[in-house]
Design a protein around this ligand. Structure first.
Ligand code: GLU
Length: 454
């Protein structure tokens, strides 16, 4: 395969979630692996629901994930092209006007079901005479327009089984039957396009070689291949990955704020933890934190992606995020870490990184390094702690200071083990758990410890 061109095509009608990130990442990793390019296309034909703030937000989400689109396109800028193709299809008789209301369509579907027929559109609009159409329009009815699927021989009303085949990048050989589908509506009553036709026109215009998207589009693909062909385009290759669901198996809706990339970013998750989970879950690879995109690209293989939906669980993301942070070097976080003044950043990171679940947790330890903590002293330890204050080693402090101090307190009080170390830790940090004291104590420093304990 040489230099594939792929696209990620969200509608800017909301923020995108971790399931959309999977689609974006699979496109990006595929392009990276094969020396291809990635186009971000905003499917914003729905003028009422598309919002600039969502487009801007999605661009920020892509940048956060580390995806750099080679081009950004907007369908709203391409209506003239869609209009030309629409007229072409009408002229060929492949796009025909229909006047049924949604209620009427529902009644007809019910009648067909009752007769044991598949509930597909029966093409009755094709039987309207010019006069009948004019009358309907004179009554104020606007048509919606359907594409005439090539699922018949001579008579458009005798629909036959008509197979469309493709070799899916993720799922292998696929077959759909155009005979079991309704002619898709491409243009609404108000003249606006549904996503199908603009998507095909753009895929052809931008030279998209591989359409990689969620499995919810599999049935659309049959009709889309038929439309590509009707327009004289060679259809691209298609790949449909399994979808992510919530932990109960429910669909991830765009409105699910906490699972939006924005929500995850604001909650302090690492982009690479999200990217690792979004791309490795539901595959035969182990879900583990991969620190960079090159590592994910190396692992990515559509054959490894399972065919059934994968459940996404935020608890899994918590664990993955912590594991990722624990393995990161100071350099990898330096630009995002607030290090207390006068403290060596690498030493600070070395002291605290193993205790973080999320990077912003570092702020709590930075504050303790800066100005200590409110001591936590149990009644039975008061005496021991006040003796310990008098035994604090002199400056300069180093990583041996903690043990020097503890040994001095041990000799003086006879305490050992947990009864020795825990009260000292609680007195200095105000908490029962935290970073290794050998590393943390010298960063806090004698002056601050004394100030808090005296
Ligand atoms: N805008 C469509 C969607 O978000 C794009 C589908 C496709 O990739 O073709 O579902």
């Amino acid at each position: 395969m040489t230099n594939p061109i792929v696209r990620f095509a969200p509608s800017p009608t909301g923020r995108i979630h971790i399931g959309n990130a999977r689609t974006a990442l699979y496109n990006w990793l595929f392009a990276r692996q094969h020396g291809g390019s990635f186009i971000l296309r905003f499917d914003d034909t729905d003028k009422a629901r598309s919002k600039e703030e969502f487009a801007t937000g999605i661009l920020a989400d892509m940048a956060w994930l580390g995806i750099e689109p080679a081009r950004v396109e907007r369908q709203s800028a391409r209506f003239a092209d869609y209009q030309l193709v629409t007229e072409e299809l009408k002229a060929k008789g492949l796009l025909y006007p229909c006047y049924e209301s949604e209620d009427e369509l529902e009644r007809r579907r019910a009648r067909r079901r009752a007769r044991g027929l598949p509930p597909i559109y029966d093409r009755s609009a094709l039987e309207l005479s010019d006069g009948q159409r004019q009358k309907l329009e004179a009554e104020g009815k606007q048509p919606h327009w359907r594409f005439l699927l090539p699922n018949y021989k001579d008579d458009v009303l005798s629909i036959e089984r008509t197979e469309i085949h493709w070799d899916d990048v993720f799922r292998g050989p696929q077959t759909v039957d155009l005979g079991s589908m309704s002619d898709p509506v491409l243009v609404r009553e108000d003249g606006s396009w549904l996503y199908t036709l603009p998507s095909i026109i753009d895929d052809a215009a931008f030279g998209i070689s591989h359409v990689i998207r969620g499995a919810d589009h599999i049935t659309n693909t049959g009709a889309q291949i038929a439309i590509f062909r009707a327009l004289g385009y060679i259809p691209p290759a298609f790949g449909h990955h399994n979808l992510l669901t919530g932990s109960e198996g429910e669909g991830l809706s765009k409105r699910l704020g906490s699972l939006s990339l924005q929500g995850l970013r604001e909650a302090g998750f690492e982009a690479m933890a999200v990217a690792s989970l979004a791309s490795l879950i539901g595959t035969s690879d182990a879900v583990e934190p991969i620190p960079d995109m090159a590592g994910l690209a190396q692992r990515f293989d559509p054959q490894k992606v399972s065919k059934s939906p994968a459940r996404f669980n935020v608890a899994e993301l918590d664990a993955l995020n912590a594991k990722l942070l624990h393995g990161l070097s100071y350099d990898a976080v330096a630009d995002r870490l607030t290090v207390p003044d006068g403290v060596d950043g690498a030493l600070f990171w070395d002291a605290i990184s193993g205790n973080l679940e999320k990077l912003p947790d570092a702020d709590r330890w930075a504050e303790i390094v800066r100005s200590g903590a409110k001591p936590l002293i149990d009644d039975e330890d008061r005496d021991m702690v006040s003796k310990a204050v008098g035994l604090l080693p002199q400056d300069p402090w180093s990583q041996s200071t903690w043990m020097d101090w503890a040994n001095a307190v041990k000799s003086e009080t006879g305490r050992k083990g947990r009864a020795l170390f825990m009260p000292l830790r609680k007195a200095v940090t105000g908490s029962e758990s935290g970073p290794e004291m050998t590393k943390l104590l010298p960063l806090i420093g004698r002056k601050t410890v004394l100030a808090r304990l005296s």
